[in-house]
Design a protein around this ligand. Structure first.
Ligand SMILES: Cc1cc2nc3c(=O)[nH]c(=O)nc-3n(C[C@H](O)[C@H](O)[C@H](O)COP(=O)(O)OP(=O)(O)OC[C@H]3O[C@@H](n4cnc5c(N)ncnc54)[C@H](O)[C@@H]3O)c2cc1C
Length: 384
């Protein structure tokens, strides 16, 4: 399984795994129970440098290649999807696209602060009435006589929303449709910017999820990503390619956590005078999960490999996202089943795995949206 990894990549995986087992795993269930933000993990992400892992060394980051990034995200996802979310959004959804599409001035201003975690980033695309149909979003950024932009927008379900210092905000600068949308790098302390935490989530309970309200937020011309209007949806889609690779890695991690805990539990628990792992139908749960896990990991690694070779990885990312997210829900459900009634109470992590996995088929393009992307690539017909 590990034959594609270099010694450096193996070392990254080992370092993150050790840290996750020491710092993240012990707090994962208590934080979930209390809806408590994993501050100790965020502090650790900064101390270890994992928070800036994929940012180029020239900007103070770790300069990690895509495969090392994916290995880190898988380990974080195995330990706690809430902790993984902080990093995926910060690096996968914002730092990457800033690096690809930002001006040199924008990169020099933000990436060094993001590399240390001094500034965390959030990604503001979704609006209350425009989720899957983000290309028709209605938040506006109106150019003023002095060249600045006045932004009025509401964004919903924004990960890192209340803790971020920087928000990448997609808002309409031109006419209808996706070509009229631009992307802005908005400091969250700009007057008129507020973030309200959203509670009562099914899963990702210790993750920071917020509604953003931008009321007459004025930013300079230099906040326009790349200095070009009309590229907001292009930027968002580029970010989502990396985001989908991240989610695939995280789901692989959730599946690994499910399998590990199922093996541990079923080889200890006894019913009918023997370990429950000795019952064939229980072994079926383990075997099915193990096979799906291998497939999930390999599909994720393929995306990282294409990205490393600078090939188009968007379709592979959609396929991996569709497969791994759906498979992680099945794996977590198998995990609950293997634990019996104990899987239904929060003494064990099985229920948390299921609740945390469940959101992954919804965000960064639902499963239906991924199928439409794949179908369009196969037929040339846009069925959206
Ligand atoms: C915990 C969490 C964190 C999130 N983090 C972020 C974030 O950081 N930044 C951000 O911008 N957004 C974020 N989101 C928002 C997320 O990306 C959206 O919820 C998602 O894109 C779906 O949009 P929607 O909720 O409006 O659902 P809708 O778009 O209303 O979809 C509802 C249903 O209709 C289906 N549907 C819609 N259109 C079609 C179609 N053409 N064909 C077939 N089926 C269709 C969908 O698949 C879905 O089943 C987050 C969401 C959650 C829950």
């Amino acid at each position: 399984m590990d034959l594609m990894l270099s010694p450096d990549q193996e070392a990254v995986r080992k370092a993150v795994k050790t840290w996750v087992d020491d710092v993240v795993v012990p707090r994962s269930l208590p934080n979930d129970r209390e809806e408590r933000f994993p501050q100790e993990a965020l502090d650790g992400l900064k101390q270890t440098g994992f928070i800036g892992m994929s940012i180029p060394e020239a900007y103070g980051g770790g300069g990690a290649d895509p495969m090392s990034y994916v290995l880190m995200i898988e380990e974080l996802g195995r330990g706690d999807a809430n902790v993984r979310s902080i990093v995926s959004v910060h690096l996968g959804l914002v730092a990457g696209v800033l690096q690809r599409m930002g001006t040199e001035e924008q990169k020099s201003r933000w990436l060094p602060q993001m590399a240390t975690g001094e500034v965390l980033a959030c990604f503001g695309l979704t609006e209350p009435d425009h989720g899957s149909d983000a290309g028709n979003l209605t938040g506006t950024a109106v150019k003023q006589a002095d060249g600045s932009y006045k932004i009025n927008a509401r964004k919903i379900f924004i990960t890192n929303g209340t803790i971020a210092g920087l928000a990448l905000i997609m808002a309409r600068t031109g006419g209808a449709g996706s070509r009229g949308v631009s992307a802005f790098l908005v400091p969250t302390d700009t007057p008129g910017f507020t973030a309200n935490q959203i509670h009562g989530k099914l899963g990702l309970r210790s993750c920071d999820t917020a509604e953003l309200v931008l009321e007459d937020v004025v930013v300079g011309e230099d906040a326009l990503l790349g200095g070009v209007e009309g590229t907001g949806i292009k930027a968002a889609l580029s970010a989502l390619n990396d985001g989908r690779m991240s989610i695939s890695a995280s789901c692989t991690g959730i599946m690994q956590a499910c399998l590990d805990s199922m093996v541990e539990y079923t080889t200890q628990r006894e019913q009918f005078g023997k370990k429950i792992a000795g019952h064939q139908l229980v072994q079926e749960l383990l075997a099915d999960t193990a096979v799906q896990l291998d497939a999930a990991r390999l599909m994720t690694w393929r995306v990282a490999d294409l990205k490393t070779r600078s090939e188009d990885y968007s379709l592979a990312a959609s396929k991996a996202k569709l497969f791994t997210t759906e498979a992680s829900v099945v794996a977590a459900n198998n995990c609950v089943q293997a634990y019996g009634g104990y899987g239904y109470v929060d003494e064990y992590p099985a229920g948390k795995y299921l609740r945390d996995a469940r959101v992954t088929t919804l965000y960064e393009g639902t499963s239906q949206v991924q199928k439409l992307i794949i179908g369009r690539a196969l037929t040339g017909i846009n069925a959206f």
